[in-house]
Design a protein around this ligand. Structure first.
Ligand code: DGL
Length: 270
């Protein structure tokens, strides 16, 4: 492992690409090694036990392929499994929850959180926000319909707008300063979300703050990529590569990297 080694990122599927996008923006010399667990998406309704097993399995794949640091590009995994992985991972590892909390409290005390059922049930964002800003009023809502919709490639249709509207309806009579996009799939549809909650609400994508923190960690360990590095990226998925590549290309304009299949243990065995 050295400065030319890749940063490992992973998610249940497409969502972590919103974090990769931020890595490309802030750390353009870094090579990315991404794992999307598309055979087992969505994670949001799964048990803590399953999620920890999936996280361990993916972390081992990334380490085996030489990741020099790992950014858990999934709020659900960050909320329920990171504390376990933290003690087991030989390279720096960080998640999104604290980063989201730090960014949200700067916007004001009335903070909405949208995330998966498992993330909301964990209470991780609420705890992280309250620990930095005890006067915060927190409004958490689980949105289980959004990830399957985004994974299916439906980001802009009338049906998508209706699903997002229904999911966010509880916020319509609440005045928020900030809304934390507490699932990495949601920044993919941030324009739709903004149009429903109104322009006065600041949407917080934890990835910006998390990638900033990642940059500081890499610098602190003296493993930042060289300024003249020409990074090569690698995308692995546990499901069908073509579907993932198509959606990734929509997100990035072009995806100058290959997407290949990497098997994972089946759900029955896990
Ligand atoms: N994108 C993930 C997150 O940030 C997981 C969503 C899911 O698979 O339910 O929570």
């Amino acid at each position: 492992m050295n400065s030319a080694s890749p940063i490992g990122l992973y998610d249940s599927g497409l969502g972590g690409l919103s974090v990769v996008r931020e890595v490309f923006r802030q750390l353009p010399r870094e090579a990315v090694l991404y794992f999307g667990d598309t055979a087992r998406v969505p994670y949001g309704g799964r048990s803590v036990e399953d999620l920890i097993a999936f996280n361990r399995e993916i972390l081992a794949i990334l380490l085996e392929r030489g990741a020099k640091a790992v950014l858990v590009a999934c709020n659900t995994s960050s909320a329920v499994a990171l504390h376990v992985l933290d003690g087991e991972c030989p390279v720096p590892i960080l998640g999104l929850i604290e980063a989201g909390a730090r960014a949200a409290v700067r916007c004001g005390p009335r903070i909405g959180i949208i995330a998966t059922e498992a993330t909301i049930a964990s209470g991780a964002h609420a705890r992280a926000i309250a620990s930095i800003r005890p006067d915060a009023e927190i409004f958490p809502i689980a949105c289980p319909r959004l990830v399957p919709m985004i994974e299916s490639g439906d980001w802009t249709s009338e049906r998508a707008a209706a699903i997002v509207f229904e999911s966010l309806a509880p916020f319509l009579d609440v005045e928020l300063d900030a809304l934390v996009l507490g699932c990495t799939h949601y920044p993919i549809i941030s324009e739709l979300i903004q149009s429903i909650v109104g322009s006065r609400v600041e949407l917080v994508d934890p990835a910006q703050e998390a990638v900033r923190a990642l940059g500081e960690i890499l610098a602190g360990h003296e493993i930042l990529a060289e300024p003249d590095a020409q990074p090569a990226h690698d995308f692995l998925v546990s499901g069908v590569p073509e579907a993932f590549a198509q959606n990734a290309t929509r997100l990035f304009g072009s995806l100058a990297a290959s997407v290949s299949h990497h098997p994972v243990r089946s759900l029955i065995e896990s």
